[in-house]
Design a protein around this ligand. Structure first.
Ligand SMILES: Cc1cc2nc3c(=O)[nH]c(=O)nc-3n(C[C@H](O)[C@H](O)[C@H](O)COP(=O)(O)O)c2cc1C
Length: 205
């Protein structure tokens, strides 16, 4: 099995937001899919370690703001490389609009948003798949959506090609986090973006 082929699935990128007890939070996901048009339904797959996961599981409401090619790396760092359990990701960030179900749409670096209410949850191990009915959807700009490939090639900063002299590092291909050591534990999970050891590449001096 050549699991590298899985990287050839094309994805969009989204800021997935929720609101619980008056607190707003959000994370980056690549797993928003329209499943039917009548009724208009979407699925999202969210890692159970994410705070946003717990908020959506508890409230049943979310908004997925579709990131465009004008999204800068800062937005990925803000929403994708830290957890709302320890920080207020919306502090000092006012490019937002509250939508019909009470969650926030991100209006900077995005071209549309989809707000939806959860109708079913499927436990798939590390992630929960939420099936949801769309309750609000708006276009914000005509700028093309950022695909995962576009993010890798144009938005994510280019890493240094080599490790420091005499060192071996393992670099997360998703967010760039670096683990120093000869071997990466098989059950290692990226502390920033929560992707598994299989998404790391070995970099030598
Ligand atoms: C490019 C990119 C794609 C990501 N895709 C997903 C995804 O599809 N599902 C997911 O659960 N987390 C995904 N993440 C990881 C979350 O955004 C990240 O763990 C975030 O810090 C969780 O924040 P929270 O704990 O505040 O919810 C992705 C991160 C990045 C940078």
């Amino acid at each position: 099995m050549d699991t590298k082929a899985m990287f050839n699935i094309s994805y969009g990128l989204f800021v997935l937001t929720a609101n619980q007890d008056g607190k707003d939070n959000g994370c980056i996901v690549n797993t928003v899919t329209q499943v039917t048009s009548d009724p208009l339904q979407v699925t999202i797959a969210v890692n159970k370690l994410n705070y946003t996961h717990d908020m959506i599981a508890a409230t049943g409401h979310f908004t997925a703001s579709i990131l465009s090619e004008k999204a800068d790396f800062e937005i990925f760092k803000r929403f994708g490389f830290q957890s709302g359990r320890n920080t207020d990701k919306f502090a000092g960030f006012d490019a937002v609009q509250r939508t019909a179900n009470g969650t926030l749409a991100v209006t900077q670096g995005t071209n549309s948003y989809i707000s939806a209410d959860v109708t079913q949850k499927i436990d798939v191990g590390t992630h929960t798949i939420f099936l949801a009915k769309v309750v609000d959807v708006e276009s914000l700009s005509d700028i093309p959506s950022a695909t995962y490939t576009y993010y890798q090639q144009h938005i994510k900063p280019k890493p240094q090609p080599k490790a420091p002299q005499g060192k071996t590092i393992w670099r997360c291909k998703i967010c760039g986090y670096e683990y120093e050591g000869e071997e990466l534990p098989a059950d290692f999970i990226c502390p920033l973006c929560k992707h598994p050891a299989s998404d790391f590449e070995k970099v030598t001096a």
